[in-house]
Design a protein. Structure first.
Length: 415
């Protein structure tokens, strides 16, 4: 009998005991990463809200209290003055349950709950030297911040603020949902990739070219799914924003359209255009953290409210930075309120120090804000909005971006 020159193909199922063990390990690792990232996001979000609230409270303290007051004690006149500053309306606006001011010995000099005045909070002694401290409570957030004066080397006291559950708590839950949705989608992609690798490794492959072609096709599909996951994350963020402020969501869509047209006019690469569009859509996402009554206020904002609104670019940058596929847009969002000639926020950058995409957003943002109805004023005509851009050319806006945008408007009008 002649021997068969063709050896049989070796095949095996991909779902063997070893494969199952690897899948279980990978799933556990992914769950651990999800829990760890969720904890970090909780902490960062709470810190952002706590820090903003502490800045508002300490600003009022510095306006009304001196270093000598901490050394000599608070008299009835000063306590009444602080009561007028930290009244029920102020506490409700910032969702604050209580405020306490302590001296360096831990003695409570002022408290919104008058029964605590004169008591010694020994736990505050260790906190006075801290630059910043925030801790979760059972139903809220506790914030501790030292009180510092420029002419003193030490801290004469500290302030303790207790926040009730509210906007910050809702944002944490929204971010948790987004985080776990992203983790779940990533885990599914990982399982799909493992399936591809194991199945192709356990089945006889006829040629290397076929293997490479198959893997390349699957990799392209995985990249497409990953892009869909990124788009889903953007949609989730926009849905959360739209639920709170429908104007801001519509405004972001308009700004994205203007920004992309400016980018095309200025010759930005397709990859950078995609990043610009994402940043434009999410440039006001930080307003999730601003109380609705401030966003929708029909009258002028007071100094405290305006300071809080200015924080939306920093908060938005922090939110976007948590999402891996969107983190490149964080700096664009952070700096879109900087002024070309200086004096903007949050860093006071000038000229080319400001990223070009941020300079583009600044022009598109202002134009759409002017030409659409707002809670506190009606829209202005396009010609008036263009005049505002021209007046701010070189001081507030990048001249090249203004020129490109005006050309975009002219081309649209001509068409």
């Amino acid at each position: 009998m002649l021997a068969d020159n063709h050896s049989p193909k070796k095949t095996s199922t991909w779902l063997n005991a070893g494969s199952v063990r690897w899948l279980v390990v990978c799933c556990l690792i992914w769950l651990g990463l999800g829990y760890f990232s969720s904890c970090i996001m909780d902490r960062q979000t709470a810190d952002a809200f706590g820090h903003n609230t502490a800045q508002v409270v300490t600003a009022l303290i510095y306006q009304n209290v001196s270093a000598n007051d901490f050394a000599q004690g608070f008299g009835p006149e000063l306590i009444n003055k602080l009561d007028s500053r930290f009244g029920p309306q102020f506490l409700n606006t910032y969702q604050i349950r209580s405020i306490e001011l302590c001296d360096s010995a831990g003695k409570v000099l002022y408290a919104t709950d008058k029964t605590n005045i004169g008591k010694y909070e020994t736990e505050n002694l260790a906190k006075i030297s801290q630059s910043w401290l925030a801790a979760f409570e059972e139903d809220g957030l506790s914030i501790h911040s030292p009180v510092k004066f420029a002419d003193l080397t030490g801290n004469p006291g500290s302030v303790e603020i207790s926040l009730a559950s509210g906007e910050w708590d809702k944002l944490i839950w929204n971010m948790r949902l987004i985080n776990w949705a992203f983790i779940a989608a990533s885990a599914l992609l990982m399982l799909a990739a493992i399936y591809v690798l194991i199945s192709r490794a356990t089945v006889t492959i006829e040629t290397k070219d076929e293997v490479m072609e198959d893997l390349n096709n699957r990799l392209a599909e995985s990249n497409a799914h990953l892009s869909q996951t990124s788009a889903g994350t953007v949609s989730a963020l926009l849905a959360a924003l739209d639920a709170k402020d429908r104007y801001t969501a519509r405004h972001s869509s308009n700004v994205a359209s203007y920004a992309v047209k400016i980018g095309v006019r200025m010759g930005i690469t397709p990859a950078d255009l995609e990043l610009l569009q994402t940043a434009a859509i999410l440039h006001d996402i930080g307003k999730i953290g601003i109380p609705e009554h401030i966003l929708n206020k029909r009258g002028s904002l007071d100094d405290r409210e305006f300071t809080l609104v200015q924080k939306h670019s920093e908060l938005g940058s922090q939110i976007v930075e948590f999402v891996y596929l969107l983190k490149e847009a964080a700096d664009i969002i952070l700096f879109h309120h900087e002024r070309f000639g200086g004096g903007g926020y949050p860093k006071g950058l000038t000229g080319d120090e400001i990223p070009l995409p941020s300079r583009i957003l600044a022009v598109a943002d202002v134009y759409d804000a002017l030409t659409t109805d707002r809670p506190y004023r009606s829209a202005v005509p396009s010609e008036k909005a263009k005049q505002v851009l021209m007046e701010g050319r070189g001081s507030q806006f990048d001249p090249a971006v203004v020129d490109a945008f005006l050309q975009v408007i002219e081309d649209k009008t001509a068409a």
